[in-house]
Design a protein around this ligand. Structure first.
Ligand code: ACO
Length: 448
């Protein structure tokens, strides 16, 4: 459960604390400076408990301090449920394992954004929109000319997505919003593929309307004008699965960024572009690139992964096992479980032998039996095996985080839309505890 404990356990813990005592399941009491404050308790549909402190400062003058927001719920949301202790992930109530088995990415985009599984007609209409809005405005191709060919594709993706707002400004009607949502989902694969083509100096390949969403992306990535290119169905299937598994993960760093930026009523494209930038970091989506770089490094160093396990345990080494650990999952990441099995299947189907897969499995095996990792509940996360599958599909390492962004797009959009529709939404503006110098007289430059 995302918030940690269920109602009964939570109340018990609160009762044992001297300063914060649960008055009833409907409220909690906080003692501060000799005064008591009653705070309402909110319970989610899966039994998660939250103490509503929205009136705390007004009533007591105090704020809460929670660096990294590990104990702070910033919103109520009906999109994704995670139980990190039990390794559960559900989109709109549907278990990720069932979604992974039966869903296709566009179906899941619709589910996340509009809240229900689309009917056949709704899905056909939605996919039609995605197909017919996949081309970029021709002027946008000129933007790519300005980037150096060595530009990281994430920097091009973030800039180009923000630039879409110049071409498709917010309209007043709700239809315009849905159209902009479709445009964004339709054009992002085109931008992503063009970023890759820019990197390798090949001509941009226009989208094809006869192809499915994933096949069209693969076509724009890998085809060249000089010869025909056929998408292998197994590659299309694997890509669908990868995108689905990344599609949402409730209030993670990039999604919270999208909500934060969107709370100022910045437009859809600007808000999503901010999420792309947040995703880029190696502690978040950038971890999938970092995992492969780490595995390659271990391989080049003779493949002795135990040496790197020891380094990961030694804090002074500054080395972390990339693709391991998660703020929320303290048992296993259900997405990693699916991907580990998929990595074996995809590599076998494509006839690829990747020595990095063996190193990855070796690292996991050692970690699962090592006290350091067991006691800290560090397990492989979604990024640990995704890179190995992307490699097998021919996706270059510096595009891995872009692939993550393609997958996360519907989640970001769903949260942005939910936030805008929520009457409780206010501009996001955290407080701080100031620890700097107290008042002192300014010293003019000639006296310093
Ligand atoms: N390797 C070695 N030790 C680790 C690792 C790791 N990958 N992750 C956490 N630890 C240790 C920490 O040193 C710390 O030890 P301590 O309690 O003795 O001080 C303890 O485990 C808790 O770690 P925190 O950093 O406090 O955990 P937090 O929840 O803040 O961070 C994070 C989570 C960022 C994912 C972290 O585990 C990490 O850096 N992992 C590697 C990067 C990675 O794979 N990121 C992708 C996350 S999934 C995603 O965004 C899609």
């Amino acid at each position: 459960m995302a918030g940690g404990k269920r109602m009964s356990q939570q109340v018990k813990d609160v009762v044992e604390e001297p300063t914060a005592v649960a008055a009833s399941p409907g409220s909690a009491r906080l003692a501060l400076d000799g005064k008591e404050y009653e705070l309402p308790v909110v319970v989610g549909t899966e039994g998660e408990v939250g103490i509503d402190i929205s009136q705390l400062r007004a009533k007591s003058g105090a704020i809460t301090l929670d660096p990294g927001y590990g104990n702070t719920g910033a919103c109520e949301s009906a999109i994704t449920f995670i139980d990190g202790e039990a390794g559960i992930l559900r989109y709109r109530g549907y278990p990720i394992e069932e979604i992974a088995e039966h869903g296709c990415f566009t179906d899941i985009c619709y589910l996340l954004i509009y809240g229900h599984l689309p009917s056949k007609q709704e899905l056909a209409d939605f996919e039609g929109r995605l197909t017919y809005h996949s081309m970029l405005h021709e002027d946008m191709k000129k933007f790519f000319e300005g980037f150096p060919s060595s530009a990281h594709p994430m920097s091009m993706l973030g800039s180009m997505v923000a630039s879409l707002s110049s071409y498709y400004p917010d309209g007043a009607k709700s239809n315009d919003l849905d159209l902009n949502i479709a445009r964004l989902i339709a054009k992002t694969p085109t931008i992503a593929a063009y970023s890759y083509k820019k990197n390798i100096g090949q001509p941009f390949v226009y989208p094809r309307n006869d192809l499915s969403y994933c096949s069209n992306f693969l076509h724009m990535m890998f085809s060249v004008p000089a010869e025909p290119y056929n998408v292998r169905p197994s590659v299309d299937r694997a890509l669908n699965l990868l995108l689905i598994l990344h599609a949402d993960h409730e209030q993670n760093c990039s999604t919270s960024t999208v909500r934060m930026v969107g709370s100022s009523q910045a437009n859809l494209f600007a808000s999503i572009s901010a999420g792309i930038c947040a995703l880029w970091g190696p502690l978040h989506g950038g971890a999938n690139q970092a995992v492969i770089e780490m595995l390659e490094h271990i391989r080049a160093d003779g493949g002795d992964y135990k040496k790197y396990m020891d380094m990961a345990k030694d804090k002074s080494s500054g080395f972390r096992l990339m693709g391991f650990g998660h703020r929320v999952y303290k048992n296993f990441d259900p997405r990693a479980k699916i991907l580990k099995a998929t990595a074996d299947e995809v590599l076998a189907e494509l006839g690829v032998r990747d020595p990095l897969l063996e190193i990855a499995k070796g690292l996991e095996e050692v970690a699962l039996h090592d006290d350091f990792f067991i006691s800290r509940k560090l397990y492989p996360n979604v990024d640990f095996y995704s890179g190995i599958i992307y490699r097998a599909l021919g996706i270059p390492t510096n595009m891995f985080t872009v692939m993550f962004a393609l997958g996360r797009l519907p989640g970001w959009i769903a949260h942005w839309k939910e936030m805008l529709a929520d009457p409780k939404t206010r501009i996001n503006r955290p407080r701080q505890i100031y620890i700097g110098a107290t008042q002192r007289p300014f010293v003019p430059i000639d006296q310093r």
